[in-house]
Design a protein around this ligand. Structure first.
Ligand SMILES: C[S@@+](CC[C@H](N)C(=O)[O-])C[C@H]1O[C@@H](n2cnc3c(N)ncnc32)[C@H](O)[C@@H]1O
Length: 267
């Protein structure tokens, strides 16, 4: 009823409440989604607060397009959202695809509590399972046709230069080592164990795309074009990931050894 709304008059206390929110937005730089407690994602309203990042992954566009042409005609039953935060990607996938069984994991109990509220908000409890897990650690032998992830991928230097709004978001959801690639490399290393033979992995790495290409130039990552251009999101087939497993494992081992020897020197 837009006509009726346009004629509505705000009461004095309502005006004061809105002005208070605008004041906090400007002076404290609190994200608008946190101030009003909700955000829009892939056409859905979701609860949003400081327990998880404001939902904003461009993966929303892939969900709305049914992950085409990347999924093609392959049959999909089980999908996994790694680093689900407040559950935006998992919830949107489950709403769009009533035939999919969705698992979603995160390390942060706070983020998972928010995700549980979003699962309940959309009545998805029977088809969407939330797990507290350090990446794939809490999974046993689960296998998925599609694994999607929006992990942290900001470098410490980038984080230091980010606007004040980001300080209101949990740092665990933003930074991932000196080059932003720590979480992504662990996902590339461990995903093969949980991907179906004809499975597909899709990961958002943002600006860490350059570092990742330098680290693993031979990995056949397909960088996805979005309506607004390239967004640092790649797709890779399970068989290609398996073919390069040795190189990814060696790289992860070398990086872990470097971190351990730095810690030894520092301690
Ligand atoms: C970029 S945010 C994901 C945002 C999410 N798409 C949303 O809308 O809320 C990254 C998430 O990764 C989680 N995370 C960081 N390290 C993790 C780890 N080792 N295992 C699982 N989750 C992790 C953070 O808690 C955060 O929720």
């Amino acid at each position: 009823m837009p006509g009726t709304l346009a004629q509505a008059k705000l009461l004095d206390d309502e005006i004061a409440a809105v002005q208070g929110l605008i004041e906090r937005r400007i002076s404290e730089r609190v994200p608008a989604a946190y101030l009003i407690g909700s955000a829009q994602f892939a056409g859905l309203t979701l609860r949003s607060d400081a327990r998880a990042l404001v939902p904003r992954s461009p993966i929303a566009e892939l969900i709305e397009n049914g992950f085409q042409p990347w999924l093609g005609g392959r049959p999909v039953q089980r999908v996994l959202d790694v680093c689900t935060g407040g559950g935006s990607i998992a919830v949107a996938m489950a709403v769009r695809r009533p035939d999919w069984q969705v698992d979603a994991l995160d390390l942060s109990p706070d983020a998972l509590a928010l995700a549980a509220e979003n699962v309940a908000l959309h009545g998805l409890q029977s088809r969407l399972r939330l797990l507290q897990s350090d990446l794939f650690a809490a999974l046993s032998d689960e296998v998925y046709e599609l694994i999607v992830s929006n992990p942290p991928y900001i470098t410490e230097d980038e984080y230091a230069a980010m606007p004040g709004e980001y300080r209101h978001e949990p740092k665990l959801g933003l930074t991932s080592g000196l080059d932003g690639c720590d979480a992504c490399l662990r996902i590339l290393r461990d995903a093969p164990r949980h991907l179906a033979e004809h499975g597909l992995l899709i990961v958002e790495v943002g600006e860490a795309e350059r570092a990742l290409k330098r680290l693993l130039p031979e990995l056949p990552l397909v960088w996805i074009e979005f309506s607004v251009g390239q967004m640092g999101i790649f797709a890779i087939e399970a068989r290609d990931l398996r073919a390069h497993r040795g190189a990814v494992e060696r790289l992860c081992r070398a990086r872990a050894q470097r971190v351990a020897s730095h810690q030894q020197l520092a301690g």
